[in-house]
Design a protein. Structure first.
Length: 358
């Protein structure tokens, strides 16, 4: 009887071990990045910068340190993405007091997800926005300085979204969010609706994303934004990217007879060339129109527009990328200033940046 019990017990242990071994272990991933730069403005001042993250002149600057943790088990997962530094503070400007402080800390992303079915995933939390071509993490962009379209947002959305796989090449996203760039809303808590339709077939070098965002902010100003991102890898050396955005605003508190539909729009072409695995360059050409003075030309009668050209070289040594960059911005009015205070319509900058990621 003892021999029989011992044999049965061993069989239970073997079955238990066999069952445990067939369960996939939890998926865990830790990644991060850091960036630093030096910038010199040829007008001789730091007030000429009208885009995000590079508001400096003749100064060595720390960008941002990021740490990102991803964990998934069975159908559930979590993403926690933290940023430290001036870049992180400017990204979360509504949540970080004194965001220009170089010691700022911000939650860039924090969300939990549940894989409802094989093709449907539901997420709740705060995410980098689906709008636009460029990303907040410096290492993920080939140009170090940012475009006008990225800088005028949105930066992130907080709420609930559903990602749907429609086919092997088609995807969709629908979400309900707080007003843009707000992780918490205490008054006039209107909601935004966001959506994305993506087409990215594996067998072709073309990817297309049509993005939409609509809602009222905390001041009851209604915003509609339509955004298109397209990429085309012509061959191993040449790749093209395009981003176009149109954004319109309507103040619902203003009497109907006095309402105006203010707007801004932008268009940018990215030419990416990789001559070797280590060396490449990107030329970005952007046109940004703000005739209603909603963004960059606020307070300028009749608004204006700006054309910007940015040439960035990329030298890669493993996970380290060195980026020498030259940029010229030409405005339709005197948007910039010389060091002595004389107004100017052109601003030129030279910049040297380094990014690292793991």
């Amino acid at each position: 009887m003892l021999t029989t019990l011992f044999a049965v017990g061993n069989s239970f242990v073997a079955m238990s071990q066999s069952t445990t071994d067939t369960v996939p272990p939890p998926a865990f991933k830790l990644s991060g990045s850091a960036d630093v730069y030096y910038k010199y403005n040829l007008n001789g001042n730091y007030t000429d910068n009208k885009t995000s993250f590079t508001n400096s002149h003749n100064s060595f600057e720390l960008g941002m340190v990021s740490l990102k943790v991803e964990h998934g088990f069975k159908k559930g997962s979590i993403v926690a993405d933290l940023g430290f530094g001036k870049r992180a503070g400017e990204f979360s400007y509504n949540d970080v007091p004194g965001s220009s402080n170089g010691l700022s800390m911000a939650i860039k992303q924090l969300y939990v997800s549940y894989q409802l079915t094989e093709k449907i995933k539901v997420s709740l939390g705060s995410y980098a926005t689906h709008i636009g071509y460029e990303l907040v993490d410096a290492y993920a962009n080939r140009n170090y300085s940012m475009s006008y379209m990225f800088s005028n947002g949105p930066f992130f959305n907080t709420g609930a979204k559903v990602d749907i796989t429609l086919s092997s090449s088609m995807s969709a996203m629908v979400g309900v969010f707080n007003p843009t760039d707000l992780k918490s809303v205490s008054q006039n808590s209107h909601k935004y609706i966001g959506a994305q339709l993506g087409w990215a077939p594996a067998e072709t070098p073309v990817k297309l994303y049509l993005n939409y965002l609509e809602g009222k902010d905390t001041f009851s100003v209604q915003n509609h934004q339509v955004d298109l991102v397209a990429t085309y890898q012509v061959n191993k050396v040449l790749g093209l990217g395009y981003n176009g955005t149109y954004s319109a605003y309507l103040d619902r508190k203003t009497p109907k007879e006095n309402r105006t539909n203010d707007q801004w729009w932008g268009s940018a072409l990215y030419v990416n060339m990789d001559f070797t695995d280590k060396f490449g360059l990107t030329l970005r050409g952007e046109y940004f129109s703000d005739k209603d003075g909603v963004k960059v030309f606020a307070g300028v009668p009749g608004g204006g527009n700006v054309t910007a050209g940015t040439l960035s070289f990329n030298y890669k040594a493993g996970n380290l990328t060195i980026i020498p960059e030259f940029r010229v911005d030409k405005a339709s009015v005197n948007l910039f200033n010389k060091s002595g205070g004389k107004p100017a319509d052109v601003a030129s900058n030279v910049l040297l940046a380094a990014t690292y990621h793991f």
